[in-house]
Design a protein around this ligand. Structure first.
Ligand code: ADP
Ligand code: ASP
Ligand code: MG
Length: 436
């Protein structure tokens, strides 16, 4: 059994939904994970914002606009068929949920319910289309098995046992359809795995179902060697190690949700990145083995803040770093990069929620300076330290760009540099030109 996940663009129109139905039919008893149609989750976020602001007419207008899109998609997919009626009824239930918030104050739980409607609708459309085509597919409601623990981690044993039971109940099924992104939390409320989280759903399902492979189908032919949104002439990377893929996803390669690599890696299940618009393209395979001694790809993570703490006392005096880290810890703020010297330490964060408090407390230990609007540019590959010359290559490429921090040796797979946001595209292009 394989897990096949299709992203928002892949199911973004009636034509695309039909194309995905072609791709998944007759390919074995696989589990297909769908995102919401592209644009839907953003629109649902907007609707929730209107409700939070008490702007009910704004919400109503946005809901009506969204419904018109779904009505048109259903008309194109089904015409007047019986399955069209079923799809219409399912979508109507979602719009009734959205409109129910016109008469009540929106809470966080309500917002999560609003955000869940996109995946509920896309899967209802696909399920009815497959049935109309005579494919024996079964809809597995994600809310019947996908659950998180306190703290938000997936409850793998619960998900595994519930999913296996659901699969065993349908021996006749040719394939299964389920929603990405949505789940129940530990309190039993509707929740989600954060934006882009359908990749994570696919990986969790792949892990608990011991899948042969997890396929992430999207709008590009695999992981490219640089960010195609900023750099021309990027090329797909054929093979990546799990660790390389994890670094790239965490440091900005949007094609993969950062959390999605871990479940696959732990269960040693290959992840294949494929292009829905070009299904024959080889894409990228992410697995346990990969060509050694090569740089694979470059990514960039935006909205980074660098904080420097210069100590009046000796930095390496026992306990200094502990005290600094404790402050970040107390404010649940992860550190991405760090660099130390005898007289100071620099760290970077991307969650600025508690920045003011953190700075205030750090001032007890030294002089604090902050650089905002920074970007981590991350070069990923098999960069095991005995391989000579990779660091030089990276720094040579960045010869004319001011570099605020450098990090190397944290893993065998990455060299990271911190530059100003205004230098990001120049840095990405310079690295591509120099390295590939
Ligand atoms: P989906 O909706 O299918 O989940 P996403 O938009 O989340 O798709 O991810 C695909 C997009 O990721 C691509 O269209 C591309 O613009 C972007 N992207 C960023 N970095 C990379 C990279 N290194 N390789 C491939 N795609 C990348
Ligand atoms: N629909 C959700 C989003 O847009 C989840 C996903 O597409 O992965 O973030
Ligand atoms: Mg995505």
């Amino acid at each position: 059994m394989k897990v096949l996940k299709f992203g928002g663009t892949s199911v973004g129109s009636a034509k695309r939904i039909e194309h995905v139905a072609d791709l998944i039919s007759g390919k074995g008893r696989n589990i297909v994970v769908l995102s919401a149609m592209s644009g839907t989750t953003n629109t649902l976020v907007e609707i929730a914002e209107y409700f939070y602001k008490g702007n009910v007419p704004g919400a109503q207008e946005t809901i009506n606009g969204l419904q018109a899109k779904y009505d048109a998609t259903i008309a194109e997919l089904f015409g007047d068929s019986e399955y069209g009626e079923r799809a219409r009824a399912a979508v109507a239930r979602s719009f009734a949920v959205l409109r129910s918030f016109c008469n009540e104050t929106l809470t966080e739980a309500g917002e999560k319910e609003i955000l869940s409607q996109g995946e509920l609708m896309s899967t209802a459309l696909m399920q009815n289309l497959l049935e109309q085509r005579g494919v024996r597919s079964v809809l597995l409601p994600a809310l019947d098995f996908m659950r998180t623990l306190p703290g938000g981690e997936p409850d793998m044993s619960h998900i595994g046992s519930r999913l296996r039971r659901l699969l065993d109940m349908e021996p006749q099924a040719e394939l299964f359809i389920t929603q990405g992104y949505i789940c129940l939390n530990d309190r039993g409320g509707i929740d989600n795995l954060h934006r882009g989280g359908s990749d994570y759903t696919a990986s969790i399902i792949g892990a608990v179902a011991d899948a042969e492979e997890i396929q992430i189908w999207t709008d590009i032919d695999g992981m490219h060697n640089n960010d195609p949104r900023y750099v021309e002439n990027t090329a797909p990377v054929s093979t990546l190690h799990f660790e390389e893929a994890a670094e790239l996803a965490y440091f900005g390669a949007k094609i993969l949700h950062p959390a999605c690599v871990l479940p696959a890696k732990l269960h040693n299940i290959p992840v294949r990145l494929l292009n829905t618009m070009e299904p024959e393209a080889p894409g990228t395979i992410i697995c346990n083995t990969t060509p050694a001694g090569t740089i694979k790809a470059i990514a960039a993570k935006d909205n980074i803040t660098a904080i420097k703490i210069k100590s009046g006392r000796m930095l390496m005096a026992y306990g200094f770093l502990h005290k600094v880290f404790e402050i970040f810890d107390n404010y649940h703020t992860p550190i991405d990069m760090m660099a130390t010297s005898e007289v100071g330490v620099s760290v970077t964060i991307d969650d600025r929620t508690n920045l003011a408090n953190i700075i205030d407390e750090l001032k007890d230990f030294g002089t604090v300076t902050v650089d905002e609007d920074m970007v981590i540019v991350c070069v990923v590959g098999d960069l095991e330290w005995h391989n000579c010359g990779f660091e030089t290559k990276v720094l040579e490429a960045l010869g004319s760009i001011p570099v605020r921090m450098i990090s190397y040796g944290g893993s065998n797979y990455n060299i990271s540099v911190l530059v100003r946001a205004q230098d990001k595209v120049r840095a990405l292009k310079a690295l591509s030109n120099h390295i590939f």
